[in-house]
Ligand binder design. Structure first.
Ligand SMILES: C[S@@+](CC[C@H](N)C(=O)[O-])C[C@H]1O[C@@H](n2cnc3c(N)ncnc32)[C@H](O)[C@@H]1O
Length: 209
């Protein structure tokens, strides 16, 4: 079994996953978690920012990769106090305190106070604000770094699903977010049908010519 899969199979991670499901806190899809594990294992991916900790499933996955390679730091932001506290407890139980800093509060405010630079940005909350998060944080993403945005296809018109009014704005903003990325130079985009859709954006290396 590869390292990432073995980590997701541990009793601790099974507990985080089942508590998240019982508490109706969406968690990263398994394929997304494995991709994050792979990215966090790379030598150049050290400083990670996650927006939307939930109970810590993705945080712990990326931290496991960093502990295994022996370097790195993850900052993760969560808006709901009870979830933040549960995630703190899981980080403590996993023994990942040296690799993880959990912040309680609204990412929209907190990201302005963080300095970066970042090697990996993982957006897993407030899809309507992805455009704002990207505009604020992309300038601080290092070359060869990644922005991974989850749930980008949460609305599936082909299923005949009725879109709730409050989701309509989110859907419109997500479209604008994707369109604006296409206009920015130096980014390479890939989309995956993991969970409710995953967008993976690589910032290309700067050329000095
Ligand atoms: C999909 S869950 C995150 C799942 C987590 N990444 C995982 O893999 O287990 C989204 C989380 O983002 C939080 N959230 C929503 N809006 C936020 C905001 N503006 N700032 C910080 N967290 C937010 C929610 O409370 C929720 O716990």
């Amino acid at each position: 079994m590869i390292k990432g899969e073995a980590w997701l199979d541990t009793a601790l991670m099974q507990e985080v996953a089942s508590e998240s499901q019982n508490q109706h806190v969406a968690l990263a899809d398994k394929k997304t978690a494995l991709l994050l594990y792979d990215l966090a294992s790379r030598e150049n991916i050290n400083n990670i920012l996650e927006i939307g900790t939930g109970l810590g499933y993705a945080t712990l996955t990326m931290a496991a990769a960093q502990k295994s390679k022996g370097s790195g730091r993850i900052t993760s932001i969560e808006l709901v106090c009870g979830r933040y506290h549960r995630a703190c407890e899981y980080v403590y139980r996993a023994g990942f305190g040296d690799f993880v800093e959990l912040l309680f509060g609204d990412a929209k405010k907190l990201i302005k106070e963080l300095s970066g630079p970042w090697d990996l940005l993982f957006f897993d909350a407030a899809m309507g604000q992805y455009g704002f998060f990207a505009d604020t944080l992309l300038p601080y993403l290092n070359p060869k770094g990644y922005l991974v945005a989850d749930n980008i296809n949460f609305y599936k018109p082909e299923t005949g699903q009725t879109i709730l009014r409050r989701h309509r704005t989110m859907e419109k903003r997500l479209k604008e977010f994707k369109a604006s990325l296409l206009t920015k130079p130096g980014l390479k985009l890939a989309e995956y049908a993991f969970g409710e859709g995953l967008l993976v954006i690589e910032k290309k290396e700067e050329k000095n010519d």
